[in-house]
Design a protein around this ligand. Structure first.
Ligand SMILES: C[S@@+](CC[C@H](N)C(=O)[O-])C[C@H]1O[C@@H](n2cnc3c(N)ncnc32)[C@H](O)[C@@H]1O
Length: 540
């Protein structure tokens, strides 16, 4: 689900720790503080098209926290690999794993820190899985078969809230499930019937939960859950307020989650004025309109009509455009991006200058999708560390795809991070040409991110950090060779400082143990070092 990412050891027989709601005075205080903050930060409105949505109750500066809350429930995603029920590390059949002594479900070890934890393998879950003899259905000889059982785990955790945390269950059941729509999509409904409803009711014999109730929970998870987890952990979580953010393909917030308690924090990525909708993207912003809208329709059950989706050029970024094969000057764009079946045509047919005008090029949506799917397969087949093949791909499609086509953007984003990082391409080993390439790629993709992921966003933070390194090294080399003047040196160092300052601010809100958080810390260290230059060459 793509919405919206230490435990102490405890004896198995002990009660669960970290129960977040109403279990002690401190939590009461915290939750009433959170409630007050929420009231000051947002209001809920209703629209015929979107249902409930969040608007700002006041002005927000970029970087300001709008919502920060712990989840109602977390657990494995559907389609995930076999995971430890306590800490969610992926388990491999060949490596060491452990079967819970009480319920027989997979754990990483008998000492997993997630045992008896509210957000891990809780005692109540363990007992119910034992009582229902659910481990009889776990085939440890075949992990592919075993992982299907994990589909029903989060729905079970939701159902358990009914008795363990009734107010949390009430909040959860207040979320949109889109049952009427989903009931008419056989792949969705029948899939849930088989892997969740029948598992819980027939295999585990938990008949106290009705079919309708379980289907509703499946829908609530599909529509509202956030993908969360760090450092190899890939799970989903439902949050009491954050689900109210509506979708926009150019969102005005950024969010992250904590490794420790899965706290989700939503920050403004742009200035947000009072009464403005607070939005996030439920789809990948680095995909083209066809793909984003398809994802939103199939997974979130609505048709996105946002400004980016309505504009064939995607706000001038041309992230879905192809070079016209006929005139070789214009760009082939959808004639109606809100209709996935609309034909695509060259945008150079209406130009005033007749000698440059395209005689006309049109292609069906079906042919366009086939072509894009074929090129997508080619991109996907490239090893994620293979710089040469990525460069070859860009060269091969130079005259086919717009340089900012999302397939090129994805490859360029990878290159921006690989140059300087992998063996054979470590930053100080790069030639001037390679450093220039890294710098130019970073600059190129930043221009697009400024439009589709503007403001304080992870993509911009990371790319700004990547950009500082080639500028810095090229500048140092050229200054040492006396190829640039002191004033040029100052100008460039100023640019480096600007990149690092912004990267540090943007990535400073990431968890310090995440890759982005570490980059934020590295940006801060680099800033301090660069300040030493000021002592040598004077203020820049
Ligand atoms: C996570 S929920 C958001 C809260 C929901 N509106 C409610 O009332 O519970 C996602 C659902 O909100 C609606 N929605 C969110 N953003 C939308 C948008 N930009 N256009 C249309 N519907 C939207 C869709 O029905 C979608 O399935």
């Amino acid at each position: 689900m793509s919405l919206h990412r230490r435990r102490r050891q405890k004896s198995r027989k002990g009660s669960d720790t970290l129960i977040p709601i109403n279990n002690n005075n401190n939590d009461d205080e915290n939750s009433s503080k959170e409630k007050k903050e929420k009231e000051l930060n947002f209001r809920i409105k209703n629209s015929k098209v979107m249902g409930r949505y969040m608007v700002a109750a006041r002005y927000f500066e970029p970087g300001e926290i709008i919502v920060s809350e712990t989840p109602l429930v977390v657990g494995p995603c559907t389609g995930c690999k076999v995971q430890c029920l306590g800490c969610y590390q992926t388990l491999n059949q060949k490596d060491k794993y452990h079967k819970c002594k009480n319920c027989g479900w997979p754990l990483c070890s008998p000492k997993c820190s997630g045992i008896s934890q509210y957000y891990g393998h809780s005692t109540s879950e363990c007992n119910i899985l034992k009582e229902t003899k659910s481990s009889n259905f776990l085939n440890y000889a075949n992990f592919d078969d075993l992982k299907i059982n994990l589909h029903a785990l989060v729905p079970l955790r939701c159902l358990l809230l009914k008795s363990l945390n009734p107010s949390g269950y009430e909040k959860l059941m207040n979320m949109e499930a889109h049952n009427e729509i989903r009931a008419n999509i056989p792949e969705v409904w029948n899939g849930n019937q088989k892997t969740v409803v029948e598992k819980i009711r027939n295999d585990w014999g938990l008949l106290e939960y009705t079919e309708e109730e379980i289907h509703t929970i499946c829908g609530i998870l599909e529509v509202n859950a956030f993908e969360i987890g760090q450092n190899g952990v890939n799970i989903r979580g439902l949050y009491p307020s954050a689900f109210l953010l509506s979708h926009d393909c150019v969102p005005n917030t950024n969010h992250n989650d904590e490794e420790k308690d899965f706290r989700l924090t939503i920050r403004a990525s742009l200035p947000i004025s009072k009464n403005q909708p607070i939005t996030l993207s439920y789809a990948y912003t680095l995909q083209g309109t066809l793909k984003r809208r398809e994802h939103l329709l199939e997974n979130k059950f609505f048709e996105c009509m946002c400004k980016r989706c309505s504009d064939p050029t995607e706000l001038g970024t041309f992230t879905s455009a192809l070079r016209c094969p006929k005139c070789e000057k214009g760009w082939v764009l959808s004639t109606n991006p809100l209709d996935p079946e609309a034909a695509w045509s060259c945008n150079n047919s209406q130009t005033q200058e007749s000698e440059n005008r395209c005689p006309g090029y049109r292609v069906t949506a079906k042919s366009m999708k086939l072509l894009i799917n074929r090129i997508t397969q080619e991109v996907d087949s490239i090893d994620c560390n293979d710089i040469e093949r990525m460069e070859e791909f860009l060269e091969k499609y130079r005259n086919v795809l717009h340089p900012s086509h999302y397939l090129c953007l994805g490859v360029k984003l990878s290159l921006s991070q690989l140059y300087g990082k992998i063996n054979g391409y470590l930053i100080n080993e790069l030639t001037d040409e390679q450093l220039t390439r890294k710098r130019e790629i970073c600059r190129e993709i930043m221009k697009i991110f400024d439009i589709i992921e503007p403001g304080y966003t992870r993509l911009r933070g990371v790319t700004l950090y990547e950009l500082h390194a080639p500028i810095m090294i090229l500048t140092t080399r050229q200054y040492e060779q006396e190829d640039i003047t002191k004033s040029e040196l100052r100008r460039r160092l100023k640019e480096v400082v600007k990149c690092l300052e912004q990267a540090n601010i943007i990535l400073g809100s990431e968890s310090p143990s995440s890759a982005e958080g570490m980059m934020g810390i590295a940006a801060k260290d680099a800033l301090e070092k660069i300040r030493n230059w000021e002592k040598i060459i004077g203020k820049f």
